[in-house]
Design a protein around this ligand. Structure first.
Ligand code: N01
Length: 537
């Protein structure tokens, strides 16, 4: 086995994951002459886009800026056909990147990391893999994504189901034929909201099991005008610059108008306009206080509820679909294509689990309080153990054999989302405490890959072998992350941002809501000041 411990000596850097983050990281470090290698559990590159192959899977970021900014030739030649890229298009893009950069030889695929431990006496990390391999490296960079540990709820009888069970986040690679089938889908998050309209067109009958009704905004997907594409391609450097310094990693300017300073008629007109135009402009471009002022937020929530009344013909179904009890956009706002309208189809039914909870799964289907729903297929669209789950799955132990799970027993504590005290030379791309999932991900993975690459160059140039976040800097950053979140309405929702979707997971706001531009400046300042908040040795 090709193994860093089998006679070749330790690597400088081991990178785990081959999505946007891992591909960029390996490329950057290889360019700088580091002995770097990547491990990936999938059979190829793609990360999220390798695993999430469910019907309707596409990105909610627009195709023009859901890509790398450092490949100008590919940027010009890559076709921008549809506003939101579907999963196969993004996967093809990442495969193309892998080939253009000749990265395949620097990754080992089909290799799941089962343990990563730090040896203090040697200042080395060892990663063990499922197939018995061992990889030793001075530094480990995790590029395992934020939403890659699928969450399947523990429902009694789940293993007795006689039909097929699927999870949106681990969808089979071969086509799944749902035609004529009785399909049940549990969950109404972003994945389900993309999948439901598509599955409804295939299935004999689709039953949607909804625990929390979701606000969703039309994507307004469609082909892109070639002139618009041309305009984008001519101005790429400027779009990229704007995205890097923005709030959410998208190159649009947020509005500075409050929802409460306009007349009700103006407000309605603005909502109608952004509803028609589709996409995240609804939350970013209408008003500036939707996520900070409850009264302002209510106006947007009421608008969406009024749209549900307009679209859904059965008033009882419309009522069940109307979200309440949490502010709009404090659970990640999905974008949809005909989601609410799908409930007008005769082959779609909605089960409100608040009124009729799931009691068990039987060989025949799902039994809720009001009876058995017979099914051939159950789709779990039940999300992920977000941000901490993918790191927890690596079974990381640091200084003194202490596990990361133990260090984070009361919730994750990181310095800048990049490093954890007690875990020297471990750097976490888009870790908890960084903007990550609140941003257009490639902008955030790029920023981290660049920052980590520059940091490792600095260490090498200065003969430094070890970098470790200090406990003080970590506490201060963790407090800051929580403080900024507390200034918004986000913590009001029982969302996966809060760890609320996983039983027993500590409640803490996981990503950094200060914005990617502000965050970038803070990271750059830390580096410029000689890596303040880190101990270098
Ligand atoms: O997962 P979710 P997701 N019984 O956690 C329900 C990204 N994404 O895969 O709200 C019954 O949002 C749960 O109910 P509740 C995006 O960031 C991006 O849809 O907890 N129901 C909820 O309805 C997104 O936010 C794209 O009450 C149960 C659903 O399952 C993130 O991934 C596309 C249950 C889970 O929703 C996760 O989205 C898709 C139970 N025991 C996803 N347990 C892009 O476009 C959970 N639920 C880039």
């Amino acid at each position: 086995m090709s193994d860093s411990s089998s006679g070749q000596g330790p690597l400088d850097v081991l990178v785990i994951g081959a999505g946007f983050a891992g591909l960029h990281m390996v490329h950057k470090l290889r360019e700088q002459g580091f002995a770097v290698h990547g491990l990936e559990k999938g059979s190829g590159p793609g990360g999220t886009w390798y695993w999430n192959r469910y019907p309707g899977a596409r990105c909610d970021s627009e195709i023009m800026y859901y890509s790398f900014s450092f490949l100008p030739e590919l940027e010009q030649e890559w076709p921008l056909l549809e506003r939101y890229p579907e999963q196969p298009v993004i996967l093809r893009y990442l495969e193309r990147v892998t080939d253009v950069l000749d990265l395949r030889k620097d990754f080992t695929f089909d290799t799941r990391v089962t343990g990563v431990s730090y040896d203090e006496s040697e200042n080395l990390w060892t990663a063990r893999t499922e197939d018995g391999g061992e990889w030793r490296a001075r530094f480990v960079v995790t590029a395992v994504g934020c939403l890659s540990a699928a969450n399947t709820p523990d429902i009694p009888g789940a293993d007795t189901f006689a039909g097929r069970s699927l999870h949106t986040g681990a969808w089979p690679h071969e086509p799944v034929d749902l035609s004529g089938q009785r399909v049940g889908i549990i969950g109404t998050g972003a994945s389900a909201i993309q999948a439901i309209p598509v599955i409804a067109k295939q299935a004999g009958h689709l039953t949607v099991f909804q625990r929390t009704a979701q606000f969703t905004i039309p994507a307004a997907n469609g082909p892109l005008d070639p002139q618009f594409v041309e305009m984008w391609k001519q101005n790429y450097p400027e779009w990229r610059r704007r995205a890097r310094h923005s709030m959410a990693g998208v190159p649009y300017t947020a509005t500075d108008v409050s929802a409460l300073e306009v007349t009700p008629e103006e407000r309605r007109a603005r909502y109608e306009e952004t509803w028609r135009d589709g996409g995240f402009l609804f939350s970013l471009g209408t008003f500036n206080d939707l996520l900070t002022n409850e009264q302002a937020n209510d106006t947007a929530a009421d608008f969406v509820r009024s749209k549900i009344d307009e679209i859904v013909r059965d008033p009882d179904v419309a009522e069940k679909l109307k979200p309440s009890g949490y502010p709009i956009a404090t659970k990640r706002l999905p974008l949809d294509t005909d989601y609410y309208d799908t409930f007008n189809r005769p082959n779609v039914s909605l089960v409100d689990l608040r009124r009729s909870p799931i009691e068990e799964i039987t060989p025949e289907g799902i039994r809720t309080a009001d009876g058995l729903h017979e099914l051939d297929v159950i789709i779990f669209a039940t999300g992920f153990d977000a941000l901490t789950g993918p790191l927890s799955a690596l079974n990381i132990t640091g200084r003194g054999g202490r596990s990361l799970d133990d260090a984070w027993a009361e919730g994750p504590r990181t310095y800048l989302g990049l490093a954890v005290p007690g875990f020297p030379n471990l750097l976490t791309i888009t870790g908890p405490g960084s903007p990550s999932v609140l941003s257009n991900m490639p902008v955030s993975t790029e920023q981290h890959a660049e920052w980590i690459g520059d940091c490792l160059i600095h260490l090498r140039d200065n003969g430094i072998d070890r970098i470790e976040a200090t406990a003080d800097a970590t506490e201060a950053w963790t407090e800051h992350v929580q403080e900024v979140a507390a200034g918004t309405l986000y913590p009001r929702a029982a969302s996966w941002y809060m760890g609320a979707n996983i039983p027993g997971k500590p409640r803490l706001f996981l990503p950094y809501v200060g914005g990617v531009g502000v965050y970038r400046e803070k990271c750059d300042q830390v580096a410029a000041d000689g890596y303040t908040g880190f101990e270098l040795a």
